[in-house]
Design a protein around this ligand. Structure first.
Ligand code: HEC
Ligand code: HEC
Length: 328
């Protein structure tokens, strides 16, 4: 009886509010993940996600209509890119490697240096950046208003047209839909111990060991604490990382610790894409890295047998999502 009453109430709610899509998306929060905080002024709805996905793959978001978000964040590469530096409009190059956007919604500060405070405004950066899409948000809004199907879709999702408020919030909603816990490692954490091969289980053990200390930084279910650290890539950093934002000398060469989810798909590695393979990454950590006054004391170097090296690789490979991001 109670159930039927609830059902009738929900149906009425859908009839009353359904058309404006004010209903909160039934967000599939993985039980072992932290709570994803969604801003009150931008509730997550399927219409926003769909609109964001359409914008994400639209070249009209760049000044010369050649570059879309997915030019640099490719669905078959966990929303990252295989180039060290992805070209933007007119072949212009920025300075950093395109990161994966899977679970990017969890980052408390956006970008590798934490320079953007909110995901809801993040998209304004690549849209307006001279080296990325190179178009002002005003010009882009005027462009999208020419297309009635966009005007309708924005109206249904936000109750207003495409503008500097709604465009980045639609894109942020799409990024929030990329929360994912479909890796063999997640099944393992859920109790299915045989979803990791014996080699990957030994690799996990190494990953968590005091000697390698990977899990001190790449910690928890997201494989990152989101802190900023210097992992000894250079003695002299061309990109000062976190220090560009904080202006503190002790932040030089510190970058946000990346999640290692889907790391087998996101080569090349590090903020500048300077390490080509996971073998190179392991060799880097085994060496202890370059000396730098800000280098974390956790990087002491270690030595692995050839088998242990393969075990660690097997664990990193078990962090690949089974969900196919090329399909929405
Ligand atoms: C020319 C390549 C390029 C294009 C085009 C591009 N991005 Fe990016 N994206 C990057 C790079 C490089 C970074 C890292 C920037 C940094 O750390 O300073 C990044 C970072 C991000 C982040 C932050 C990820 C995190 O973990 O902090 C998000 C979200 C994102 N991009 C979404 C988008 C959206 C949405 C668009 C389209 C409006 C877009 N990108 C277009 C290259 C690109
Ligand atoms: C002191 C903290 C710290 C420790 C310990 C650490 N890392 Fe990292 N790791 C980082 C930071 C910071 C970056 C990003 C550096 C950059 O962007 O240049 C990173 C980057 C990476 C990347 C590249 C990811 C990408 O998408 O580009 C991989 C892979 C990686 N680490 C694996 C490991 C493994 C395996 C271990 C253990 C052997 C380990 N890390 C230990 C902090 C750490």
């Amino acid at each position: 009886m109670r159930f039927i009453t609830l059902l009738i109430i929900s149906l009425l709610l859908v009839i009353v509010f359904g058309c404006e899509d004010k209903t909160q998306l039934l967000f599939n929060q993985p039980a072992h993940f932290p709570n994803l905080l969604i801003p009150e002024n931008n509730p997550l709805t399927q219409k926003k996600v769909d609109l964001g996905e359409r914008l994400f793959g639209d070249k009209n978001l760049s000044i010369d209509s050649t570059i879309m978000c997915s030019s640099c964040h490719k669905a078959h590469l966990a929303l990252a890119d295989s180039l060290s530096i992805s070209p933007g409009v007119y072949g212009r190059l920025g300075e950093r490697n395109s990161p994966s956007l899977i679970n990017a919604a969890y980052a408390p500060l956006i970008n590798r240096d934490g320079g953007v405070a909110k995901l809801d405004i993040q998209a304004l950066i690549p849209i307006e950046d001279h080296n990325e899409m190179g178009i002002s948000i005003l010009k882009l809004s005027k462009r999208l208003i020419q297309d009635q199907s966009y005007v309708d879709a924005f109206g249904e999702a936000f109750g207003r047209g495409p503008d500097g408020f709604t465009i980045p919030r639609a894109l942020a909603s799409y990024v929030r839909s990329l929360v994912d816990a479909s890796t063999p490692y997640d099944k393992y954490l859920g109790g299915q111990k045989d979803s990791l091969s014996p080699a990957a289980q030994r690799g996990l053990h190494l990953f968590n060991s005091e000697e390698l200390a990977c899990s001190s930084c790449h910690s928890g279910p997201l494989l990152t604490s989101f802190e900023f650290e210097n992992n000894g890539l250079y003695t002299d950093y061309a990109d000062r990382g976190r220090a560009l934002i904080s202006l503190r000398e002790d932040d030089v060469g510190k970058f946000r610790i990346p999640s290692l989810r889907n790391v087998a798909l996101t080569a090349p590695y590090m903020h500048d894409g300077s390490l080509a393979t996971l073998d190179d990454v392991i060799a880097h950590y085994a060496s202890g890295g370059q000396s730098h006054k800000n280098k974390s004391h956790l990087l002491k170097g270690f030595s692995l047998s050839a088998d242990q090296h393969l075990d660690l690789l097997a664990f990193l490979e078990a962090l690949t999502s089974e969900r196919d991001f090329t399909k929405s």
